[in-house]
Design a protein. Structure first.
Length: 127
């Protein structure tokens, strides 16, 4: 929602035109879909490091990197530069998902009643 005002305030001067602002706003919007995943990755990774497991986060990141490259190559012809941003966001979600699954399978990430209640509240349709 704020992509265009942010890019306008920060960049739209000199050689940076209104068309450039719109282009950057589209990329910023695509990147914003991955923002929660970027935060989750930073929060989940220490769960492995604290248990002296550095291999699993590296494997998850490497998998996400390969998927990112494939998505970038697939989406770039269709969406241009926005496809690169979108591919990066999708691969960040993949990385977060792999880390979450890894911690959950080992019993280190358990959804308690409070988390389940909050997820139901945020993800269920209004009554």
């Amino acid at each position: 929602m704020l992509a265009e005002p942010i890019t306008s305030a920060l960049f739209e001067h000199g050689r940076f035109t209104a068309a450039d602002r719109v282009a950057v706003a589209h990329a910023l919007l695509a990147f914003s879909f991955g923002l929660p995943a970027y935060v989750l990755n930073k929060a989940l990774t220490p769960g492995f490091f604290a248990r002296h497991d550095t291999k699993t986060p590296v494997k998850a990141s490497a998998t996400a990197l390969v998927v990112n490259i494939v998505l970038n190559l697939a989406l770039m012809p269709v969406l241009g530069y926005v496809g690169i941003a979108l591919g990066t966001s999708i691969s960040a979600w993949l990385n977060a998902g792999l880390l979450t699954i890894g911690l959950h399978r080992r019993g280190h990430l358990i959804a308690d009643a409070r988390l389940k209640r909050r997820l139901r509240g945020c993800c269920s349709p209004p009554a």
